[in-house]
Design a protein around this ligand. Structure first.
Ligand SMILES: Cc1ncc(C[n+]2csc(CCOP(=O)(O)OP(=O)(O)O)c2C)c(N)n1
Ligand SMILES: [Mg+2]
Length: 267
């Protein structure tokens, strides 16, 4: 299966997962489907038979509310049965709405309280450095999430420790929970901000698989500093009703009817 089909499957299974609950974080889950597709199709050095293997790549989904997209990806990669996707957030589930390292095979960090993931990733990346151990730490942050001050402490730390084994993606879908990011508190120029903290930066179309792939490949070949790849994305990407919903797509319904329309568009 190619990465295009994989990304469509991720979107279909993400919506299956949210549909099981009737509503959830649709927009910010769909906007990261393409970076997840590229990462898990080509880059993530992980083992579904041994998800906690010490030497591996790790993904910190700092915008932990996009759990359904990661669950869909992990299920498709065989970390757990696809049927689990029908249990989002029910009592006793292994798939809570926000990601939890203690519950879900393949989830490498708990998240949900925004702003903390990059700090956790710094610790993981530094540990690999200290142990002289291979393994990349990938982080996915939201654009609104970058309003949290803790990110900038993490950036300073990452650059100071030369964590070139850490690649931070910013899912720049330009919306947060209740408004456009530029209206709530503008965080542009994102690339310039990371650069000023001594990151090696890049900015690409976050739905262009080849562009994402090239950016990751470039980052892995440049050493001495941490990396940031700004992904310009669309909240709700892949399904017209969600792409055109506006900021309400942050948390919205997946009714039977919406699900049927989406599956049809994602054929
Ligand atoms: C510390 C903290 N404050 C508030 C929230 C509530 N919250 C959940 S998602 C969200 C919006 C985040 O926007 P962004 O980072 O742009 O995410 P995306 O657009 O990808 O959904 C907010 C404010 C939270 N989870 N954590
Ligand atoms: Mg956003």
């Amino acid at each position: 299966m190619g990465v295009v089909e994989f990304s469509k499957q991720i979107r279909r299974e993400t919506l299956r997962c949210i549909h099981s609950q009737g509503s959830g974080h649709v927009g910010g889950s769909l906007s990261i489907a393409d970076v997840l597709a590229v990462l898990y199709d080509k880059y993530m050095d992980v083992d579904k038979a041994d998800p906690k293997r010490e030497i591996r790549d790790r993904l910190v989904l700092s915008k932990g509310h996009a759990g359904p997209a990661l669950y869909a990806t992990l299920a498709l990669k065989g970390f757990f049965p696809l049927e689990w996707l029908d249990t989002l957030n029910v009592l006793g589930t292994k798939l809570p709405s926000h990601v939890n390292i203690n519950l879900t095979p393949g989830v490498d960090m708990t998240a949900g309280s925004l702003g903390q993931g990059m700090s956790c990733a710094c610790g993981l990346a530094l540990a690999n450095k200290i142990k002289n151990q291979r393994g990349y730490v990938y982080v996915i942050c939201g654009d609104g999430e970058l309003q949290e001050g803790q990110n900038y402490e993490a950036m300073m730390f990452a650059a100071n420790k030369k964590l070139d084994n850490m690649i931070v993606f910013v899912d720049n879908n330009k919306m947060q929970i209740d408004g456009l990011t530029k209206d709530v508190m503008n965080i542009e120029d994102i690339e310039a901000k990371f650069k000023s903290f001594d990151f090696i930066t890049d900015r690409v179309d976050g739905h262009d698989h080849k562009a994402i792939d090239n950016a990751i490949s470039r980052a892995r070949n440049e050493h001495g500093a941490p990396h940031c790849i700004v992904l310009d994305t669309i909240k709700g990407k892949g399904v017209s009703i969600y792409e055109n919903m506006g900021v309400g797509v942050h948390s919205t319904t997946v009714t039977d009817e919406q699900y049927a329309i989406a599956l049809d568009e994602l054929k």
